[in-house]
Design a protein around this ligand. Structure first.
Ligand code: DON
Length: 575
């Protein structure tokens, strides 16, 4: 990063520094000895009640994985706009006992009814209402299975304990904040189509308002059934029957075996190296890890700190463009399509792509082989945890767009996702995030829709960081900007606050938050042939924790764009 840019970034992020959390174990920082265990626990999430639920579970003797169950379930209750047990997610784990990294894929799957033809209108165009609203937009939920899987395989405490905070908050309620109110207003027409949704969000006859309490007693009961019966508490019996009935009542088609047959998949995470960092991240069916690897491996050809601001942005954007092109063409569920991983992850491939970058000129996206795309709202949620044993969790979970499909299954409190829009429902037609796809990401029974969620760990000899974010197709570049920030030596809070910029191949334009690219660099980039939208509304909600193994300092960073997020550090082993 150039010095002026770095100064600018720091000036921009410093006002937010107080929002983070850090704990320095000052005892022997001078010995500069590498520690094997963090001094305590750090948790950062999109809502302070979820961060607190996680810390309470640590205090009750749980590990990072127990805390993850509590944070996930609590976010599902207090951030229904972003994620929920009617949705799915990815959980990247580091198990300190075995030293292993594990990627738990709890992505939703397509029901058999979701053929490509089911999403086309009479003219053969994509039926956008079906793709994003109501029963046809929902995949079979994966999050409940993930909670059970984490508890049974990695946790120390029973689900009854780890789900208790979420159950209580669902039953007793929590205070509605502006983002929920605004999101509801923008999704209102859809949400009020469905009687189950009206029962939750119009319980008092009026839409949710900031400062009111949202109670979800049926959701409390549904989570209680998961606590009591595990997998069967959601995918069989009472809840399963109600989910099937709701989908049917609204004109969709799910089969019981699609619920009972849902399985989380443990996958080998993707690993690669960037400068001094070992990066561990999401494999397909996320496109995040592959795109991140392509971008960073292309960028390794430059010393970014020696470039001026415009040229630095130029090469980063050109790397983004090329990686998102490959996402569009090649990526999909690896259980259904052959993803050319060896090629996409190879250093030689990255070198080839790097060689096509003109040092002074933008490559028009249409000149890269492939095809075109527009954009949307930010939801989904991420949390990051590191505990005193060195266990780590980086988890991104979602119902996709604001309040998912808008459909709450009556009697369950479960708001179904609208993740089906992440498939290429019509080849070459952009989805809500303006990204498109082809055969590799066509819907098929049981297939997982391609994701951009990129929960990641980065580790150097001195430092470990856990990070991830929501933001639809912009997730991957948000994580990229975060990694570049850590590489520059920023702390966790500064990384969460960093101004963002993005390019996704199509549309062929750079999106940038105010302040992410200075005016002179914007002009220089335009002179190179880039289109720059330099003052877009802020996006994303990055949550990160980091541990400095030399100073034995834990830090949390929570995105200042989200006023209800929180990072907490407890700097000693508890209890
Ligand atoms: O899996 C994905 O890539 C999307 N369903 C994530 C959606 C998201 O981040 C929404 N926020 N903008």
């Amino acid at each position: 990063m150039s010095k002026p840019l770095r100064a600018l970034l720091l000036a921009l992020v410093l006002p937010f520094a107080a929002a983070g959390a850090s704990a320095a174990q000052a005892s022997d920082t001078s010995s500069a000895q590498i520690r094997t265990h963090p001094p305590g626990t750090a948790i950062a999430s999109g809502h302070a009640l979820a961060t607190k639920a996680g810390m309470d579970i640590i205090r009750a003797g749980g590990n990072a994985f127990d805390a993850a169950v509590a944070v996930s379930a609590t976010l599902s209750v207090v951030e229904p706009i972003s994620s929920g047990i009617g949705g799915g997610g990815f959980f990247l784990l580091h198990d300190a006992k075995t030293g292993k990294d594990i990627f738990v894929d709890a992505r939703e799957t397509a029901p058999a009814s979701a053929t490509p033809a089911a999403y086309l209108d009479e003219k053969g165009e994509l039926n956008r209402d079906r793709a994003t609203n109501g029963p046809w937009s929902a995949g079979i939920p994966g999050l409940p299975a993930a909670l059970v899987h984490l508890a049974q395989n990695y946790g120390r405490l029973p689900l009854k304990t780890t789900l208790a905070p979420a159950i209580r908050l669902a039953r007793e309620g929590f205070e509605i904040y502006p983002r929920l109110e605004r999101g509801y207003a923008s999704r209102r027409a859809v949400m009020e189509r469905y009687r189950g949704t009206r029962a939750v969000f119009l319980a008092d006859g009026t839409p949710p308002m900031t400062g009111e309490i949202l109670r979800q007693p049926e959701l409390a009961r549904t989570i209680e059934l998961i606590a009591e019966k595990g997998f069967d508490g959601f995918y069989r019996g009472e809840t399963a029957k109600k989910l099937l009935a709701a989908v049917k009542e609204e004109g969709g088609k799910w089969r019981i075996d699609e619920l009972t047959g849902y399985q989380v998949k443990e996958r080998e995470p993707l690993r690669f190296r960037y400068r001094d960092w070992d990066i561990t991240t999401a494999p397909p069916p996320s496109s995040g890890g592959v795109a991140l690897a392509e971008m960073l491996q292309i960028l390794e050809g430059w010393d970014l700190s020696k470039l001026d601001e415009a040229h630095r942005h130029h090469v980063i954007v050109e790397a983004m463009r090329r990686a998102y092109r490959d996402r569009t063409i090649y990526l999909g569920d690896p259980d259904f399509v052959k993803v050319p991983m060896r090629r996409l992850m190879s250093l030689d491939y990255a070198a080839g792509l790097r060689a096509t970058i003109h040092p002074e000129k933008a490559t028009p996206s249409e000149l890269l082989p492939g095809v075109p795309a527009p954009l949307e709202d930010d939801e989904t949620t991420h949390y990051s945890i590191i505990d005193a044993d060195g266990n780590r969790v980086s988890a991104t979970q979602t119902v996709n767009l604001l309040y998912g499909s808008g459909l709450v299954a009556p009697g369950t409190g479960v708001l179904l996702n609208n993740e089906m829009d992440d498939f290429a429902l019509r080849p070459g037609t952009p989805n809500a995030f303006g990204v498109m796809g082809f055969a590799a990401n066509a819907p098929e029974a049981g297939k997982r829709m391609l994701s951009s969620m990129t929960p990641s760990f980065i580790e150097s000899k001195d430092r470990i960081a856990v990070l991830g974010a929501p933001g639809g197709s912009r997730i991957i570049t948000e994580v990229l900007v975060g990694i570049l920030g850590y590489d520059e030596g920023l702390n966790a809070q500064q990384v969460a606050a960093l101004p963002r910029f993005h390019h996704q191949w199509m549309p062929d334009a750079i999106s940038a938050e105010k302040g992410a690219i200075g005016p002179a660099a914007v002009s220089a980039l335009e002179a190179m042939g880039h289109t720059v939208n330099a003052a877009e509304s802020p996006w994303g909600n990055l949550q990160t924790v980091s541990w400095n193994k030399r100073t034995n300092t834990l830090e949390g960073g929570t995105d200042p764009r989200n006023p209800v997020g929180s990072a907490e550090v407890v700097d000693s082993r508890i209890p």
